[in-house]
Design a protein around this ligand. Structure first.
Ligand code: ZN
Ligand code: ZN
Length: 351
């Protein structure tokens, strides 16, 4: 039973939620068995030929980059976890800084490399953006540690239905959003308040048995006067991105190259296509999302840390490079980062 069920909303179901444009993200048990069997037979995923690039994080910069003197910056911690500094605040997307993406500590997908910044070294986080409740995105230990950070808990922004899970683990500073819901938080650099919008993507949710699609999933659009960011969470390719672009079209500044200065788009966990296509884009489709959104730049996330599917851990950047050249795009438009790397971005000019 979905306590949030609103029959006026097409993506609401009495027992949960559904996607806007397909129901094919639901795979049968026999399809799951076929995928597992075929992957085992073929010895997939193959180990990567090269480790995910990593650099030592510039902790001094990251810690000092707050408040009025802040410049927009993004630091890749690994997988879908990005520390975004904008509006004078620190945001983190889908924070996962522990050893495994799994309900148990002794089994399940293990991190290939340590997070770019350890939990102990993270700067104080103001806002946590959670895209959905899959184990590689919502990690109980990480959110519990963040909830007890010095200076008070961050604000956790979660999809409809996830607030109850947060309450069960003792996290109460939570804002729950439906698709297209938004709210503002005060900026910390004296500029206009910043807006957080929850946007539809094509995926699903589950943490246990019998809770498939019981809670919502989505992406985020965050607007501060100095920077505009989009985060896809996990998604298949759909018309949702053109819808998102249309929704925020009024904010586009053609001279600045689009409405979002930076789009964080998932580029990993896409093989085999017959099983993954509806729920995880491949790099070629990720580039299409970047173009649909008319973002100025994009960084590929959701790769390089946890090997969840059949492609090797180092395959997504190679496929992304091929997709980019097919479209004549520069690496600066849509590339990947090293774990621990910080990129600084120009501030949007004052309106
Ligand atoms: Zn997922
Ligand atoms: Zn994922």
């Amino acid at each position: 039973m979905n306590p949030h069920y609103n029959p006026a909303k097409p993506h609401h179901r009495p027992d949960g939620f559904q996607n806007n444009y397909t129901t094919a993200t639901d795979k049968s048990r026999s399809e799951l068995i076929r995928w597992t069997w075929e992957a085992r037979k073929a010895g997939l995923p193959k180990p990567p030929q090269t480790p995910t690039p990593e650099v030592k994080a510039d902790l001094a910069f990251v810690r000092a980059n707050i408040g009025a003197k802040q410049v927009p910056a993004a630091t890749w911690i690994g997988h879908a976890t990005m520390l975004v500094q904008m509006g004078g605040l620190n945001f983190i997307t889908d924070p996962h800084l522990t050893e495994r993406a799994s309900p148990v500590s002794f089994a399940g997908p293990k991190r290939a490399q340590p997070p770019g910044i350890s939990l102990a070294d993270l700067p104080r986080i103001d806002v946590v953006l959670l895209s959905h409740n899959h184990y590689d995105h919502l990690d109980e230990k990480t959110v519990s540690v963040l909830n007890k950070q010095a200076g008070g808990a961050p604000l956790f922004v979660v999809p409809l239905g996830v607030k109850a899970w947060m309450a069960d683990v003792g996290i109460t500073n939570v804002r729950e959003l439906d698709w297209w819901d938004s709210f503002t938080v005060p900026s910390a650099n004296g500029t206009a308040p910043l807006e957080i919008h929850f946007t539809p993507v094509q995926h699903w949710s589950a943490r246990g048995i019998g809770d498939r699609r019981a809670t919502l999933w989505g992406g985020f659009a965050v607007f501060a006067s100095d920077f505009h960011v989009y985060f896809s969470g996990d998604t298949g390719y759909s018309k949702d991105f053109l819808d998102t672009q249309a929704k925020f079209a009024a904010r586009q500044t053609p001279a600045l190259g689009g409405g979002f200065d930076l789009a964080l788009i998932a580029v990993g966990a896409y093989e085999p296509r017959w099983f993954m296509k509806e729920q995880h884009v491949n790099p070629e489709e990720a580039v299409q999302i970047y173009q649909d959104l008319r973002a100025k730049t994009a960084v590929g996330v959701h790769w390089g840390s946890f090997n969840l599917t059949d492609e090797s851990l180092d395959q997504p950047p190679k496929d992304l490079a091929a997709a980019r050249s097919a479209k004549g795009l520069a690496e600066a438009a849509f590339g990947v980062m090293a774990i621990g790397e910080t990129r600084r971005y120009p501030k949007r000019p004052a309106p």
